[in-house]
Design a protein around this ligand. Structure first.
Ligand SMILES: NC(=O)c1ccc[n+]([C@@H]2O[C@H](COP(=O)([O-])OP(=O)(O)OC[C@H]3O[C@@H](n4cnc5c(N)ncnc54)[C@H](OP(=O)(O)O)[C@@H]3O)[C@@H](O)[C@H]2O)c1
Length: 412
């Protein structure tokens, strides 16, 4: 399938150095003829070129061809600054070159305070959107493609549509990440002057065919603790659903949906939807995979919210035990350390939301873009993660940063 029609004109991509951004670079280079304009953080124009070259190499998993190098333009830009920190002349020049924008940059940390998360995820989006407005004023702007998250639906349970956003009240969200990503969406949805499309991946994991990743957040944090025998207890509540999709599926899904007919819809779920696994299955697959790879995993006992709260309180008290009780104190301190690593993710063991993806799957499956069944996907990513000791040693080959495009060719 060719994407020439939509992405033949230059595309500005933010977040190109990130986990998903690199997969989007590989996808656009392989399936379009577009020039990619990439603002990246750097101390100088020269430093941006060096960082850009490293990013392109990592995205492809090999040295780029001359043509690929020519198709990328790296500009120094920080989305937290007005005009991304660019002087008027450079800003207007960039606007004159830009036809579409894919806005992928964000902070994915769950523990930022609200002001900091707002500055990057909301004000940063507004700063990038200003470029779309400047480009539109010059004529010929296409669409602002915004990468959001399925978890903007916050704590709502049941089947959720990709255009649903809860009210901006702290209690509706698990953390400042979800809340500020929802604010960014609202900002875009509330304006009418520029065409906007929103993509909501769930938890983005390694490659669907090989499990390859170099991003060890979210799912991988408890997976590592289980594999290393450090997680004897885990909370779970409600349906305890874990919705995860491969980075290659998200990149390909985004590019495919971007050129499909949208009707009145703005939001698109890139999720496992009804096929999501649950916390018990996550634990089971992780433990089985670790054993197969000769590790000594913990076998976490799953406890409800009340027992989990009692346990965390008990650990806190034990950590403060007097020196005359060294064993208790040591147990408490070890427990506290474990809890610190796990606590940002603990709210995600109590998810009862199903991200409705029927509409998107229809389009994507028609274009040959599909996720493998969720449990077999989980086995793939667990094998890669545990087999490489979470990126500390190569699995079979010396290249740690293989691109989705190359991996797919190799596996085929
Ligand atoms: N990972 C997931 O599980 C997941 C799930 C759902 C949705 N998403 C969404 O997918 C998008 C990409 O996430 P990711 O996992 O690829 O995150 P990532 O690996 O942390 O990448 C974040 C990217 O944003 C850039 N960035 C952050 N602050 C910036 C700033 N002030 N100016 C310029 N660039 C800045 C980073 O640049 P530097 O390299 O300079 O830091 C990096 O390129 C985000 O919008 C995220 O909300 C991710």
């Amino acid at each position: 399938m060719s994407f020439e029609r939509l992405f033949a004109e230059p595309v500005l991509l933010t977040g190109s150095t990130g986990f998903l951004g690199r997969a989007v670079i590989a996808e656009l280079l392989a399936t379009s003829s577009a020039t990619l304009l990439c603002p990246i953080r750097a101390t100088s124009h020269e430093a941006a070129q060096v960082r850009g070259a490293e990013t392109l190499h990592a995205a492809l998993g090999r040295a780029p061809t001359h043509d690929e190098v020519e198709r990328l333009q790296w500009v120094r830009g920080d989305i937290e600054e007005t005009q991304m920190g660019m002087a008027d002349e450079q800003w207007h020049h960039l606007a004159s070159l830009t036809h579409d924008i894919i806005h992928c940059a964000a902070s994915v940390r769950f523990d930022l305070d609200l002001d900091e998360a707002q500055r990057i995820n909301v004000d940063g989006t507004a700063n990038v959107f200003a470029l779309a407005q400047a480009a539109a004023e010059l004529g010929g702007f296409g669409c602002f493609h915004h990468v959001s998250t399925a978890y903007v639906s916050g704590t709502k349970s049941g089947l959720v549509d990709a255009d649903y956003i809860p009210a901006d009240v702290a209690g509706n969200f698990r953390n400042t990440y979800e809340r500020t990503k929802a604010r960014a969406e609202r900002l875009l949805r509330d304006q009418t002057e520029i065409d906007v499309a929103i993509y909501r991946p769930s938890i983005v994991g390694g490659h669907t065919l090989t499990g390859h990743t170099d991003n060890w957040n979210v799912l991988y944090a408890p997976m590592r603790m289980i594999a290393n025998g450090q997680l004897p207890v885990m909370p779970h509540a409600g349906l305890a659903l874990v919705d995860s999709v491969g980075v290659d599926y998200v990149a390909r899904g985004l590019v495919t949906l971007a050129q499909s007919e949208r009707g009145d819809f703005v939001g698109h779920h890139l999720t496992a939807g009804p096929d999501a696994f649950n916390v018990a299955q996550f634990v089971d697959v992780t433990v089985r995979t670790a054993r197969l790879l000769d590790k000594k995993p913990s076998e976490p006992q799953l406890v409800g919210p009340a027992r989990w709260a009692a346990l965390t309180t008990g650990v806190g008290l034990a950590a403060k035990a007097p020196k005359s009780a060294p064993k208790l104190r040591r147990w408490g301190r070890l427990g506290e350390r474990g809890l610190r690593g796990f606590s940002p993710y603990a709210p995600y063991t109590a998810v009862s939301t199903r991200f409705d993806n029927r509409r998107e799957r229809l389009v994507l499956e028609g274009a040959g873009v599909a996720m493998p069944p969720s449990l077999s996907y989980l086995e793939t990513i667990a094998s890669f993660a545990i087999g490489t000791e979470f990126g500390r040693r190569p699995l079979v080959d010396d290249s740690v940063l293989l691109s989705s495009a190359r991996l797919e060719r190799e596996v085929a």
